[in-house]
Design a protein around this ligand. Structure first.
Ligand SMILES: Nc1nc2c(c(=O)[nH]1)N[C@H]1C(S)=C(S)[C@@H](COP(=O)(O)O)O[C@H]1N2
Ligand SMILES: [Mo]
Length: 300
C-alpha cells in the first residue's frame, strides 16, 4: 500500500493532538489489530489517551545521538534515511538487501495505538503506523529450524555523534524469539499520527513490541537475521543482571535499582501522573500464553 503522507509541517503539527483521539477511534484501532477489547484498569481509566506529537517526538532515547532525552530531537536530523536498505539474512528462503520503498509497497500500513513503557519507568501512549513484522518475515520466508530474530541499527559514526561514547556496544542490537516476532501485536513502525516517523523516533522503520520494555523496540533497522540461537543484545551485554533477553514489562519483577510497580505517564505538565504498571504492559490476554511454564523472575 502506498504511503500518502506529506512532508510539510503546518501549525497543526505542533498543536497537542490528544483531542484527535476518542474512544471510538481507539476501538477501531484495536479492531484493526484483530484484537478484542482492551483489558486492564489503565485502559478503562484513561481510555488510552495518546500523547501529543510534541511529547512523542521531543522526549526520546536514542543513544547513538546522545544520552539526554532531548539529544535525539536536536541531533538525529543528521541521519540520512533515504535511500534505506535492509539486509535480511540467515535462515530465510529469500535473503538479500531489500530497499525500504520496495518493502513498503508490499506491506499494509495500519494504525496501532499502543502503550509504550520504558524500563526507566516512564510511559506514553503512541499512535503508530506500521505493518506486522510477521508479514515481512513471511515475505523473506522463514525456514525450518529458525528460533530467533536478530535486529541491528545503522552504525554511522559520521552521522551519529553519540557512538563516540562507549556507553553501549555498537551497532545497537536487539532480538526476539521467533514466536514473539511473529505475534500480531509486533509491528515495524513507519509513522506516528499518520506522518513519517521522525528520525529521533527511529526513521525510517523501527520495531515496536508493546508488551516489552522500550529498549527492545530497536530503531532505524538495517539488518534482520533469522537464526537458531539466542542473539546477543546491546543492553543485555551492557548489564546482564539489569536487562534480560526477554524484558517483558512486569510490575512484580523490579529492576535491581528501582521499582517497576508504577510508571510516570509523560505529559499533562503539572497533571503528569504516576499510574500502576500492568503485567505485560496491559497486553497479558494477548501474550501471556507465549510464556506458559516459564519462571518470569528468572527469565526477566
Ligand atoms: N538504536 C536504538 N534503538 C533504541 C534506543 C537506542 O538508544 N538506540 N533506545 C531504546 C529505548 S531505551 C527506548 S525507551 C525507546 C524509545 O523510543 P522513543 O524515543 O521513540 O520513545 O527506543 C529504544 N530503541
Ligand atoms: Mo527505554
Amino acid at each position: 500500500m502506498a504511503q500518502r503522507w506529506t512532508n510539510t509541517l503546518t501549525h497543526a503539527d505542533v498543536t497537542p493532538r490528544a483531542a484527535f483521539l476518542n474512544r471510538r477511534q481507539v476501538m477501531a484501532g484495536m479492531a484493526g489489530a484483530g484484537l478484542t477489547a482492551l483489558s486492564g484498569p489503565a485502559a478503562a481509566e484513561d481510555g488510552l489517551e495518546a500523547n501529543t506529537w510534541e511529547e512523542i517526538t521531543s522526549y526520546n532515547n536514542y543513544y547513538e545521538f546522545g544520552t539526554g532525552k532531548d539529544d535525539p530531537v536536536k541531533y538525529a536530523g543528521s541521519l540520512t534515511t533515504e535511500p534505506w536498505s535492509i539486509k535480511i539474512d540467515g535462515l530465510v528462503d529469500r535473503p538479500g538487501d531489500y530497499d525500504f520503498k520496495d518493502i513498503l509497497s508490499e506491506m499494509t500500513i495500519e494504525e496501532r495505538i499502543y502503550r509504550f513503557r520504558c524500563v526507566e519507568a516512564w510511559s506514553m501512549v503512541i499512535p503508530w503506523n506500521g505493518f506486522e513484522l510477521s508479514d515481512l518475515l513471511n515475505m523473506a520466508g522463514v525456514q525450518e529450524g529458525a528460533k530467533y530474530v536478530a535486529f541491528e541499527t545503522a552504525y554511522r559514526p559520521e552521522e551519529m555523534p553519540g557512538v563516540r561514547s562507549p556507553v553501549l556496544e555498537w551497532p545497537y542490537r536487539e532480538g526476539l524469539r521467533l514466536d514473539e516476532a511473529m505475534h500480531p501485536l509486533t509491528i515495524m513502525a513507519t509513522g506516528i499520527y499518520d506522518r513519517p516517523i521522525p528520525n529521533q523516533n527511529g526513521a525510517p522503520l523501527r520495531l515496536v513490541v508493546p508488551w516489552k520494555y522500550g529498549f527492545k523496540s530497536i530503531k532505524s533497522i538495517v539488518r534482520i537475521t533469522v537464526t537458531d540461537t539466542e542473539p546477543p543484545t546491546s543492553w543485555n551485554m551492557a548489564g546482564p543482571r539489569e536487562y534480560g533477553f526477554y524484558s517483558n514489562v512486569n510490575p512484580n519483577v523490579d529492576h535491581p535499582r528501582w521499582s517497576q510497580g508504577s510508571e510516570r505517564r509523560i505529559g499533562g505538565g503539572l497533571f503528569s501522573k504516576r499510574v500502576p504498571t500492568l503485567m505485560f504492559n496491559g497486553y497479558e490476554q494477548e501474550v501471556a500464553s507465549l510464556y506458559d511454564g516459564m519462571d518470569l523472575a528468572k527469565n526477566y
